[in-house]
Unconditional design. Sequence first.
Length: 274
Amino acid sequence: MKNILESPFVKEMIEVTSNMYRLGWDERNGGNVSYLLDEDELKEYLNLNNVIRNIPLMGLNEVDFDITPLLNKYFIVTGTGKYFKNVAKAPEVNLGIVRIKKEHIELLWGFEDGGRTTSEFPAHMLCHIARLSVNPKNRVIIHSHPTNTLAMNYVHELSDKDFSHTLWQMCTECIVVFPEGVGVLPWMLCGTVEIGMETAKKMHDFRLVIWAMHGVYASGETMDETFGLIETVEKAAQIYMLISDKKQINTITDNNLIEIAEFFKVNYRKEFLN
């Protein structure tokens, strides 16, 4: 067997969690990441018949949601109560590799201190199901608390159209990076199946969903794509927060946005223009 600490997926988890902590997006044990793994690749690093222990499905049952689309799929995921700043120095404690079963989750590696998957894993599973139905190549879900995006929640209209339109106007690249815009949910109690279900509904239409006064859920085919999506939204929100209390004499107009989208041949959400 190859050394799992040298695997690309463990290295990517270390890199993305370290970067999010460094950027101040995920304080303390804030934030979580799940990454759908390829079974053939995983076999090179783990004996998939060696189940360390079973982890309860966080109180879920069949009336909550149907996990059938994820049965027997493998994820590397951050742990509940774990600090991103500690992932690099102890990945085997702060990360776990799990296989989804009907009644429980099988732990195949990690969580060596007796830990378990993030409390947001039900929301992650729902979002993975939603995104896989749209794009079978979707593998990554990241929940993060990017500072300026969060600050913008307090001073801006919380609607998909208005929030997306403002973000598009902050940087020329925005309509190219997220032409579908962003989804926005009102404040809801986190850690519940309900917020997971509402996020998953939005994720049929958006790769990034904002949890008002809390953070974001983002998805993508790769870790780089997903991280880059959050980066771009956060940069746009930062610009907005820098100028929102000042007299604005220039802007990217709707005609400019159309010109950008048509030049880069992206399928943008036309109803989000004014």
